[in-house]
Design a protein around this ligand. Structure first.
Ligand code: GCU
Length: 328
């Protein structure tokens, strides 16, 4: 009887020890949702980040990426992240403006002088870093930015001046800045999720859209819009986010690894983006017959100038936009 009890106690404590050691080294799997294809450079850069995290945590933290809006569109993913039902998402500053107005600083047209100015701002702890941290306590935090190039108009006809936009229904992201920009340029704005845009262009629900050139090939928009007019009105970064609930589940050491891997992937993405954009432009021209139209930017710059002035006077984004201007 005594022996039996001892064996039982030993067995139970062995089981407990196994449970304890199991939970200490338990694998944490983080689901990451985004709306681009898996051949998109941002997907590739996030996969590089996930690989680094897996390696440096000895497989204890695994980031599983779900492309093509499989887990919901960008807005839905943001909502799931805020409530802690999804671990991570890749969004962009345009979509994020509706969740945290400070991201609107990046949505001011013709804000960045060149790539050097852009990266300086993104990497500055007082500018880019401050914006990523701004949502602490609100359900999610920003980990890093990914270059998403500059955005220009594409449609079934060239758009060489703001006058060409008159009467056109242009798809925009659901962001207050995007709506204002279209109003100033004289177009009528239709907010739509990215995944709905191909059909909307095809069926004439919208006449035009605006994005970086990869949307032509990787989202196949070049099949239904043959003119890409290079006015380059905005340079809006993609943003990698994690829910605070999931962040809190990581050990401080794991958090450090995730943050560093995210930062590293932002920098390796820089060259990848430039290379991929060139390749996709070539593909759009050669395989889809898309025409790239050079435009005089000045009339576009003049049309949206009031947004820059208004941004500087804004209590939330004003101080940030001042710093961005000073970093030129
Ligand atoms: C960019 C970005 C997407 C975003 C899209 C849009 O392409 O990478 O994540 O959804 O713009 O215009 O909606």
């Amino acid at each position: 009887m005594f022996m039996k009890k001892k064996v039982l106690t030993l067995a139970i404590s062995g089981l407990l020890a196994a449970t304890v050691s199991f939970s200490v080294s338990a694998k944490t799997t983080l689901k990451l949702s985004h709306n681009n294809d898996k051949t998109h450079p941002v997907h590739i850069s996030m996969q590089a980040m996930a690989d680094e995290v897996k390696k440096l945590t000895d497989g204890e933290v695994v980031i599983r990426i779900y492309p093509n809006s499989q887990l919901g569109n960008q807005r839905e993913s943001m909502e799931l992240i805020q409530s802690g039902s999804l671990d991570m998402a890749k969004s962009n500053a345009s979509e994020l403006e509706a969740f945290e107005p400070i991201y609107g600083a990046f949505n001011v047209p013709y804000l960045f002088k060149d790539s050097e100015h852009y990266y300086k701002v993104l990497r500055d702890p007082e500018i880019g870093g401050k914006i990523l941290d701004s949502t602490k306590g609100k359900g999610f935090i920003g980990l890093t930015y990914y270059d998403a190039g500059s955005r220009s108009f594409y449609a079934k006809k060239p758009i060489k001046t703001p006058a060409d936009l008159k009467g056109l229904k242009v798809r925009v992201q659901p962001s207050p800045s995007a709506l204002e920009m279209m109003k100033l340029m004289g177009a009528s704005a239709t907010p739509l999720a990215f995944g709905e845009l191909y059909t909307a262009l095809q069926q004439g629900v919208v006449d035009a859209a605006e994005n970086n050139p990869t949307a032509l090939t990787l989202m196949r928009h070049g099949e239904v819009a043959k003119f890409y007019s290079e006015d380059e009105h905005t340079i809006i970064p993609d943003v990698l986010l994690i829910s605070e609930k999931s962040w809190g589940k990581l050990t401080p050491e794991q958090q450090k690894i995730v943050k560093e891997a995210a930062d590293n992937s932002m920098m390796s993405h820089k060259d990848l983006w430039a290379k991929a954009t060139e390749e996709e432009i070539q593909k759009a021209k050669d395989t889809m017959g898309v025409e790239f139209v050079k435009v005089d930017k000045q009339p576009f710059v003049d049309a949206v100038k009031p947004m820059h002035d208004k941004a500087l006077a804004d209590p939330v984004i004003g101080p940030i936009v001042q710093k961005i201007d000073a970093a030129r």
